[in-house]
Design a protein around this ligand. Structure first.
Ligand code: TTP
Ligand code: MN
Ligand code: MN
Ligand code: MN
Length: 408
């Protein structure tokens, strides 16, 4: 029998934004299980359940050591009955039966494949599944019309589902920065999102652009996009203009999680030269193991021919030189006026749960509302200015957490 004093107990504050969460996760087996259930809930439009699993996973990510017994979890915040059941199952049996059965379920597999298409969210995927579409072939054979984003997503499916490396992110950074500075000298660009938090891979690359003189950034995005397009770097782009001033949102209270900056969702064409010689091995692997899905997409466009699967495969095999010399990468660009830069930087660095927790802390504990544009103090009925992330944490009464420790 274990005596209480021998059990290692952890002390953890309840909001993720009060904790330091590095990428050195000591409880990956447990958090992978909880994250999969969170993902499944999100894909099923059960946001509340998704958040509950994400919060539970985040608490375990912040622990300095692996959890080995249920007693260690006593007093920890954020662990509901359901999460505790999952953790217990993993600790006792090495795996969670709920996670395993979810992974095997046709619905989960179909949701994963379909939402793996850029431009397809859980609602669209759900609609397609109800029409009997569970994979890319069935989608291609169906009469469903795809919008422009989805068409591009399907066309570059394999590339976009291949993690982006930090080296690729840096290579793209140089290209985009050159374009930005050429259309607006003095403009500045910062790497944001997961790469700013120190991640070595990501699902996309995110950049924030500003100019030290307020107002000079207005209208910048279309110019940057035109320049990149002329250079042949964009396979797809959708630019949205800034709608912050005309929005009906209350003070610091956006009507949705989407912010209102001028932004661009794009698919970037990164060639081997730009990726650098070091990337060769990667590309080789890509073409060797040329995946099934890719073949399905290629055949899809060929009309009647597409029915002949063997022909398609033979064609691919017969042209080793057909290995393409570039890859598609999702890139997000955001432009912020300098007066909102600190808020945009904080809001776009993530993680998503860290951001959610910051806003929850602001609202519930401080009567403030935080967005990627501003911080509003309801008690004082005024906006609180900030020119750095440190200042925003300080306004919120929080210890500063650097980006590398926001991996909740
Ligand atoms: P993502 O690029 O989706 O996520 P990430 O960079 O943390 O992880 P990954 O490696 O998978 O790319 O979003 C980056 C941050 O931007 C995230 O904290 C949420 C924020 N964000 C907004 O504020 N508004 C938006 O509309 C979107 C899409 C993201
Ligand atoms: Mn990202
Ligand atoms: Mn992004
Ligand atoms: Mn191919």
């Amino acid at each position: 029998q274990t005596c209480e004093a021998e059990v290692l107990l952890f002390s953890v504050p309840s909001y993720a934004c009060q904790r330091r969460t590095t990428l050195q996760n000591q409880n990956a087996v447990l958090t992978d299980a909880l994250s999969l259930l969170a993902e499944n809930a999100e894909l099923s439009d059960e946001e509340g359940r998704g958040v509950a699993f994400r919060r539970a996973a985040a608490v375990l990510k912040s622990l300095p050591e692996p959890v080995t017994s249920m007693t260690q979890l006593r007093g920890l915040p954020g662990l509901g009955d359901h999460s505790l059941r999952v953790i217990k199952d993993v600790l006792e049996n090495g795996a969670s039966s709920e996670v395993e059965s979810t992974k095997r379920s046709e619905r989960y597999k179909a949701l994963k494949v379909l939402t793996g298409i850029f431009g397809v969210g859980s609602k669209t995927a759900d609609r397609w599944i109800r029409d009997g579409i569970h994979d890319l072939r069935q989608l291609g054979d169906s009469a469903h019309t795809l919008n422009r984003a989805q068409q591009a997503g399907l066309e570059h499916y394999d590339d976009l589902n291949q993690p982006v490396t930090k080296a690729e992110a840096d290579a793209i950074g140089e290209i985009v920065e050159a374009a930005v500075v050429s259309v607006l000298p003095g403009a500045r660009m910062t790497l944001i999102g997961g790469f700013r938090r120190g991640k070595q891979t990501g699902h996309d690359v995110d950049f924030l652009i500003t100019h030290p003189e307020e107002g000079r950034e207005v209208g910048l995005m279309p110019k940057v996009v035109s320049r990149l397009e002329a250079q042949g770097f964009l396979l797809y782009q959708k630019t949205t203009r800034n709608s912050y001033l005309e929005s009906k949102d209350g003070p610091g209270r956006p009507s949705s999680n989407m912010d209102r900056f001028e932004r661009c969702f794009s698919i970037f064409k990164l060639t081997e030269e730009e990726r650098g010689g070091m990337k060769r091995a990667d590309t080789e692997r890509e073409s060797d193991a040329h995946s099934h899905t890719s073949h399905q997409i290629h055949t899809r466009g060929r009309g009647l021919e597409a029915a002949d699967e063997d022909e398609g495969v033979a064609e691919e095999r017969s042209k080793p030189a057909g290995r393409k010399r570039w890859r598609a990468v999702r890139v997000d660009l955001v432009v912020s006026p300098i007066s909102q830069f600190a808020f945009a930087l904080l809001g776009w660095t993530g993680s998503k749960l860290f951001e959610r927790e910051l806003r929850r802390w602001a609202g519930h504990e401080k009567s403030m509302s935080l967005s990627s544009h501003a911080l509003y103090d309801s008690k004082q009925s005024r906006y609180l200015r900030a020119t750095s992330e440190e200042e925003i944490f300080s306004h919120l009464g929080l210890e500063f957490i650097p980006p590398s420790e926001r991996n909740a």
